[in-house]
Design a protein around this ligand. Structure first.
Ligand code: NAP
Ligand code: SF4
Length: 681
């Protein structure tokens, strides 16, 4: 987006924001994101490198992952906390590194309340969160007052550690949010009952914090503008709090959308881009301090259009900064086409955090590994052949070429991308095309020799004199042994997603892994994908855009989308369906299929397929599913037919991605394996 007058790309996103006592160099906030490094031994050195790289990448302001103000507020028993002077030393590593990189950084103060994953958790009332096995204790008056002091102490220590400010976490269903809403606050004292009482904790924390740090220190308050849970705040309440926070000296209000326990997706791939900037836009009319908007903003173009509509003063992007630390610099150079776009998959970032593993990024395996995974120039240049142009092969080729190796990539098909070419056709995964474009663009920018429709034999590769061959030949669908599997009504998932198969109105899907779910969503979607139509998406999930309903959802009906087909999804296991799906997105896929009335049939035995349909035993009882088609989603097998011949011919061979191991294959492992091999070859 070029402004003809100034020829400055993204003029609004890149314009400074004057806060009175300090100026942010642009309108891009790197939003808070827990990485897991906060709790790792030596993690702060790695965090310093991680944040410094983003500061060098041009981001206007960074907010750290959440740090607790006291023990009970920790996210887990070993969660990070800042309460004592001696703890500021490791934070200085971060602030020094960011400041040396010409950046600014705020510490997020997060009291998790009833979301704390330990038995010492506390909340406004003793009501267990549906997503946490630990029931909280109701806080006493003394505990509340001490917690206010603890927030102010952490704020003061953040200043001492060199932070430019703090973000007080008041949204996403954490402690402050728990006090604000009737859903979790049933108290009858001065901290519960009327809204005046329920918002007291938020205001007292801000007041005490501001008093400790003085005027010239950024205090961002992350305000839950749309709770997306029953008994959440109404819009009038949110506005009342926003105005009071402004009065108490908050510098910037950041937008919070949805509690963690909300059953409406807020950041997944299937959420339309900038799906919630209308919420911040409503608030623009109510307060005069700067507002940050957030959720599913992942390109400079989207950010610029939000700012040009006047919906907000700044845009927050957390995951996109994991995907590409150079996001802002590339935008400023007019090279937004070369940004590695976050596809909102959550697979390597939030899913890792939920599993208490270090976060990274599916499309950028260096994220959070800045000190460990680097692609240094090599003095031992090798002539390398990569066989297979899927994500593993492309990632290897790009990183190996970056090191100076001579890389040729051979792909048997007429296009690059492998399984990603199929995934991008699944409704809600439209974003995947951006990753393909990035990786293909990067091959081009690095002038890597790419040969399409090229089937290499052992002798071809031997004659060409390659030093080493990287087999990234991927997977093929596993075909189960069932009588009648050759019936023309049977297709595999690749034939369906590529459009090669014509599928009738009644379908049995065999296998309920990630691909089985994708196929069911693909086959049931009627008309336009809701991911690219915000109005339909809002209706599907029952969001009240006037926010007169408490939490923006209280009593609002979700609209069940019509299903394009009658589908049976089958698995042999008796366990619950979708167990292998990822923690942060699995429930969305399960909900989508429920809405589309897919019939789940578990614990089955496949007997045979004939023109009548699929014959199964369900609880040992014969049943015939009279279907027009059967789609096979029963896992995959490695394709590596060249391996033996090459090894026998004395060629050094490396296997990566699905060619190496087909079980639980996903693009995250494929790309990381390609990158790690490239770093050491
Ligand atoms: P998968 O997760 O291993 O699931 C394979 C399914 O096939 C299972 O439901 C299994 O259930 C069944 N099965 C396995 N062997 C069988 C056999 N011989 N006969 C009949 N049924 C058999 O594999 P996938 O669905 O192909 O997914 C591959 C990878 O892609 C996974 O790692 C997944 O995480 C990833 N992926 C994830 C998503 C997502 O999260 N949305 C989407 C796409 C892909 P039973 O054995 O009980 O019958
Ligand atoms: Fe984005 Fe997926 Fe990377 Fe997370 S893992 S930052 S969601 S691309």
């Amino acid at each position: 987006m070029l402004n003809n007058k100034a020829m400055q790309p993204f003029p609004l996103m890149l314009s400074p924001l004057d806060l009175g006592f300090t100026t942010l160099k642009n309108r891009v906030l790197m939003g808070s994101m827990h990485t897991g490094l906060e709790e790792e031994k030596g993690g702060f050195e790695k965090l310093a490198a991680f944040y410094a790289e983003r500061a060098r990448g041009g981001v206007g302001l960074i907010v750290t992952g959440g740090i607790a103000p006291n023990f009970r507020g920790r996210i887990s028993p070993h969660g990070s906390q800042l309460s004592f002077s001696w703890q500021t030393k490791k934070h200085k590593l971060i602030t020094d590194a960011v400041h040396q990189a010409d950046g600014k950084i705020c510490l997020q103060i997060l009291h998790t309340g009833r979301y704390a994953y330990h038995p010492f958790n506390v909340s406004a009332s003793s009501i267990k969160a549906p997503i946490n096995p630990f029931k909280p204790r109701q806080m006493s008056e003394r505990q509340i007052k001490n917690t206010i002091k603890d927030f102010a102490t952490t704020c003061h220590l953040a200043k001492k550690a060199g932070y430019d400010g703090v973000e007080i976490m008041g949204s996403e269903g954490y402690l402050i949010n728990q006090f604000l809403c009737l859903r979790t606050n049933k108290r009858q004292d001065q901290w519960g009952g009327s809204y005046q009482n329920r918002m007291r904790l938020a205001l007292e924390i801000v007041k005490a914090s501001r008093k400790k740090v003085g005027k010239d220190f950024i205090i961002i308050f992350r305000l839950s503008m749309l709770d997306l849970v029953d008994e959440g705040s109404t819009w009038d309440e949110v506005v009342e709090l926003a105005k009071a926070l402004e009065q108490e000296g908050v510098t910037i209000l950041n937008t919070g959308i949805g509690w963690h326990e909300a059953r409406i997706p807020t950041i997944a791939t299937s959420v339309p881009r900038a799906a919630f900037s209308w919420v911040t836009a409503k608030m623009k009319k109510e307060v005069s301090i700067p507002l940050i908007t957030t959720n599913r903003i992942n390109t400079p173009e989207v950010a610029e259009s939000i700012l040009s509509r006047g919906d907000a003063d700044m845009v927050s992007m957390a995951r996109p900064m994991l995907a590409d630390s150079e996001f802002v610099n590339k935008a400023a150079r007019g090279e937004s086409d070369s940004i590695n776009i976050c596809i909102a998959c959550n697979q390597a970032c939030l899913d890792h955090v939920f599993k208490q593993k270090r976060a990274s990024c599916l499309v950028n395996p260096r994220a959070c590994y800045e000190t460990e995974l680097n692609f240094e120039s090599t003095s031992n240049v090798k002539k390398l052949a990569v066989i297979g142009g899927g994500m593993a092969g492309m990632a290897f080729a790009i990183y190996a070429a970056q090191r100076g190796h001579q890389v040729s990539l051979f792909e048997a098909k007429d296009q690059l991308g492998g399984q990603f070419n199929l995934a991008k056709n699944v409704p809600g995964k439209e974003e995947f095309v951006d990753s393909l474009n990035y990786f293909i663009g990067e091959l081009d920018r690095q002038k890597i020799n790419v040969h399409l429709k090229s089937n290499q034999s052992v002798s071809d590769l031997k004659e060409a004199g390659f030093d080493e061959v990287i087999l990234a030949t991927g997977v093929k669908p596993r075909i189960p042994t069932i009588e009648g599997i050759d019936n023309p009504m049977v297709f595999n998932y690749q034939q369906v997603l590529s459009g090669e198969a014509s599928i009738g109105p009644r379908v049995a899907v065999l296998g309920a892994g990630g691909i089985g779910y994708d196929i069911c969503e693909f086959l049931t979607e009627k008309g336009q994908s809701h991911t690219v139509n915000l109005d339909l998406w809002i209706k599907e999930w029952g969001i009240d855009t006037s926010i007169t309903a408490p939490g923006g959802v209280g009593g609002v009906m979700q609209q069940r989308p019509e299903s394009a087909r009658q589908i049976y999804m089958l698995q042999r296991k008796t366990e619950r369906f979708g167990k292998s799906l990822q923690p942060t997105t699995g429930w969305i896929h399960r909900a989508a299929l429920k809405k589309r009335t897919v019939e789940m049939v578990g614990g089955v035995e496949y007997v045979k397929i004939d023109d009548q349909g699929l014959h199964i035993l369900e609880d040992n009882t014969p049943r015939i599913l009279e279907v027009d088609n059967i789609v096979i989603c029963t896992g995959q097998e490695s394709q590596r037919s060249l391996q033996q011949g090459l090894e026998e011919a004395g060629v050094v061979v490396h296997l990566i991605g699905g060619a190496d191991f087909a079980g639980e294959l996903d693009a995250k492992r494929a790309i990381r394996q390609g990158a790690e091999l490239a770093a050491r070859i």
